[in-house]
Design a binder for this molecule. Structure first.
Ligand code: OFO
Length: 167
């Protein structure tokens, strides 16, 4: 059983996770359109991961006897700039999601809602991983700058990403 306030906050987070999925799919399309198939693949898998984040939270709300309220998803941008800008925007977005998860955790602590604290712990850990993965890509991107050969190498590396299980 979760409080109505917690139910509303989790529904807001479901919407944010949906937006994340939508944004990464838009990024995937954009990367494809600028000739970066590896970047596009990475973003496509990120989209799949976000869908898992949505479903996990959706299932939790229902398992706690809560009501799911699906809201309109904001339209993501169509263009994301240069390869470095794409991942800078990705990091910014993940930091925004991390802050949102932390606010949810604060609410769960305030309400002494132990079940939701345990549930949210998975997202706290996941966000550490998400930010770290993006930082690992940003470092070589900063190094190569506009160098086409370097960008191609990074593109090939991103093409190798596989979907993480256990989400
Ligand atoms: Fe759902 O973690 Fe990214 O946004």
């Amino acid at each position: 059983m979760i409080s109505k306030k917690m139910e509303a906050a989790l529904n807001e987070q479901v919407n944010k996770e949906f937006y994340s999925a939508y944004m990464y799919l838009a990024m995937s399309a954009y990367c494809n359109s600028i000739g970066l198939p590896g970047f596009s693949h990475w973003m496509r898998l990120q989209y799949e991961e976000e869908n898992m984040h949505v479903t996990k939270m959706y299932d939790y709300i229902l398992s706690q006897g809560g009501q799911v309220h699906l809201k309109a998803i904001t339209e993501p941008p169509k263009e994301y700039g240069k390869p470095l800008d794409i991942f800078k925007k990705t990091l910014e977005h993940e930091q925004f999601v991390t802050a949102s998860i932390h606010r949810l955790m604060e609410l769960a602590i305030e309400e002494r809602d132990f079940a939701t604290q345990t549930f949210l712990q998975w997202y706290v850990t996941e966000q550490v991983e998400e930010e770290s993965n993006v930082n690992d890509i940003l470092a070589p991107l900063r190094m190569v700058g506009e160098d086409k050969g370097g960008l191609m190498m990074i593109d090939q590396k991103l093409e190798q990403r596989t979907l993480a299980t256990g989400a």
